[in-house]
Design a protein. Structure first.
Length: 630
């Protein structure tokens, strides 16, 4: 590595540490200040912070691989997460969540189900799940950061003692970057996290622009069009995904046929089906929820979520498209020459391009940007997980009365504990990917039904929520166990057939089991008391089946929320709007200017539509909240 690149990386780390520690003094005023920034941080800073937290390294490497192989259709693969849940949050969920005025997602559950046994059961399962998820993702980042940095950085940091290998170079790199990030995250809470993430976002944007700009200097339009097949740039598709590579790159067609996405329309249909329910269920208890609860008002919660969409995709895909173009020119020939192209080859395109094809200076900024992406995502989880430990477990059940200083110290200890547990798990690298897959598959299997029903149905209660989540988690876990042991199952048996089905296609089964648990848990127990329901409906004011509650609020003149169809219309056009921000930088970098101008026109037209159907209406949300509260 050139000395210029080393200096850039060192300066970035020192600057991040300095800024994070400098603002940390604001976090000592209490839990609200530590975990939510005292609800004083401006919405656009929170939006930049939220976008920065979603700009993770492992996700970026995965997106580089699928764009490289499948072309622009690959943006639909992200609907598996689903990425368009941010649109639903922007349109109405951020407003509903922020009206609760609480500190964490599990504390929010108490405003829906009350503080009795049923409410506490639902509250506790969300808090425990949030903590486990944070630890699991920290472990995942520990593994991913170490592997990424050893590919990029030239120094061997392995530690040996008396001939025994105590720590590998991967582990030392991971420990160092986690140590630096943990210092300012634990000391400064949300203030340090947001401040450093805004700085990190700026570095990532500069890196993306420089990489994309470099490709315009390195290749002519004619050279780009000769390398990229026309079908690669076609966003439309049929029932089956057919190979479109030719000549020396025909080997890539075999990889397309074997990756499990051959029945493309069925795959996309299932991701949309899953994505809708996952999105309406709302954000999972994590850093995204914390950003919403940190905003200064209901209106700013909506602004922040919309701004996250606006700032995330264009710079991220400038970087991704630039890396992919360099990979197609320089890495693809090496992959073909190796004789057997595998899915693992796609995962290393990003580090290979950085190592071999990015010039001095840009390489340092790009590495600083990717380090920023890792550090921002890591710090977001370190801030979110301990909030549930201290506020929802320690303060709620163990020490309800104490000083603000005591709770802030408890937050420091909880943050260290979460990081240490995550790092310890990270040393067992072979099992971490499995644990993370279990968390994510269970997350949207067990989480969806119960969290969808909590918004729209008054009769749904705390026990229904608890058993609905638990049923979904159990079934999702059984599916995961089958998938991990399918090599040991007898061929042509029912269990083996089930194990061979991709998890996305088993989502309806998990959803049905979770709904069944929710309904049985609800109907075999008493409804939530009307006082809690009235308070919840007045504050959150959701649409759905709330007629008995509204009848009890007649004297208070609380109107029915009739915005369902407008919200759904906004979500549909919002998904197209979000997609245009992904496709626009891709078409620009691969020099398909015709499609780029069409995509830009779509983006501008939908932005104008949303100005009237969403933005203008959001302006009055704070007035509406004050009216309901009054």
């Amino acid at each position: 590595m050139h000395i210029v690149d080393v200096i850039i990386i060192v300066l970035y780390i020192l600057l991040t540490l300095g800024v994070g520690v400098w603002v940390s003094k604001k976090a000592s005023r209490g839990l609200d200040s530590y975990f939510l920034g005292g609800k004083t941080i401006k919405w656009y800073y929170l939006g930049l912070s939220n976008g920065s937290g979603m700009f993770d390294v492992s996700g970026t490497a995965w997106m580089v691989g699928i764009l490289f192989l499948y072309g622009v259709k690959s943006f639909m693969f992200m609907w598996m997460w689903p990425v368009f849940n941010q649109v639903f949050v922007m349109m109405f969920l951020a407003v509903w969540i922020r009206r609760s005025r609480v500190m964490t997602g599990s504390e929010w559950i108490l405003t829906r189900f009350g503080d009795g046994k049923a409410g506490r059961a639902s509250h506790l399962i969300v808090a425990i799940f949030a903590v486990v998820a944070s630890i699991g993702f920290i472990a995942y980042f520990f593994e991913g950061a170490g592997k990424f940095l050893t590919v990029i950085l030239p120094w061997d940091l392995s530690l040996n003692l008396a001939g025994a290998n105590l720590f590998t170079s991967e582990q030392i790199y991971a420990l160092l970057i986690i140590f630096f990030t943990t210092i300012y995250t634990i000391k400064g809470g949300m203030f340090s996290v947001v401040t450093t993430e805004v700085l990190q976002y700026g570095i990532m944007v500069v890196a993306g622009i420089l990489v994309a700009g470099y490709t315009f200097m390195a290749f002519t339009d004619v050279e780009v069009n000769n390398v990229i097949p026309e079908e690669w740039k076609n966003v439309f598709f049929g029932n089956e995904l057919t190979g479109f590579w030719s000549g020396d790159y025909q080997e890539f067609n075999h990889l397309i046929d074997t990756q499990g996405y051959k029945m493309f329309s069925a795959f996309i249909g299932m991701t949309i089906f899953k994505g809708f329910f996952s999105s309406v269920a709302g954000p999972t208890p994590g850093y995204d929820m914390q950003r919403i609860l940190s905003t200064r008002s209901v209106k700013e919660a909506a602004y922040m979520s919309g701004f996250t969409n606006l700032v995330l995709f264009i710079p991220r895909y400038l970087l991704i498209a630039g890396i992919v173009l360099l990979g197609l020119f320089f890495i693809a020939p090496q992959m073909v020459e190796s004789g057997a192209v595998t899915g693992n080859d796609l995962e290393v395109i990003l580090p290979k391009v950085i190592n071999n094809q990015v010039p001095v200076g840009i390489k340092g900024l790009l590495l600083a940007g990717l380090l920023a992406a890792f550090m921002s995502t890591f710090s977001a989880f370190v801030n979110a997980g301990p909030a549930y430990i201290v506020n929802d477990i320690y303060k709620k059940y163990l020490k309800p009365v104490a000083s603000d200083e005591h709770y802030v110290k408890a937050s420091h200890i909880a943050s260290f504990a979460v990081v240490i547990l995550g790092v310890v798990m990270g040393f067992f690298a072979d099992s971490i990917n499995s644990i993370t897959l279990w968390i994510t598959s269970s997350l949207y299997g067990g989480y969806v039904a119960a969290n969808f029903l909590k918004w729209i149905w008054w009769r749904f209660n705390g026990w229904g929520y608890f058993w609905g989540m638990l049923a979904g988690l159990i079934v999702a876990t059984l599916q995961f166990i089958l998938d991990q042991n399918k090599a040991n199952l007898e061929v042509d048996t029912l269990l083996h057939e089930l194990a061979e089905i991709p998890a996305i296609y088993l989502f309806p089964i998990i959803l049905v089991c979770s709904i069944l648990g929710s309904l049985l848990g609800t109907f075999f127990t008493q409804p939530t008391d009307m006082v809690t329901l009235k308070s919840f409906y007045k504050n959150v004011h959701p649409w759905g089946w709330w007629k008995p509650v509204r009848e009890n609020l007649k004297d208070e003149k609380v109107e029915k929320n009739d915005q369902f169809w407008l919200d759904m219309f906004n979500c549909i056009v919002g998904i197209v709007w979000q997609s245009s921000m992904i496709l626009l930088p891709i078409f620009l970098v691969v020099r398909d200017y015709g499609k780029m101008w069409i995509t830009l026109a779509v983006f501008l037209i939908i932005s104008l539509i949303l100005k009237f159907t969403w933005l203008d209406k959001v302006k009055f949300k704070d007035d509406e909240e004050h009216t309901m509260a009054g």
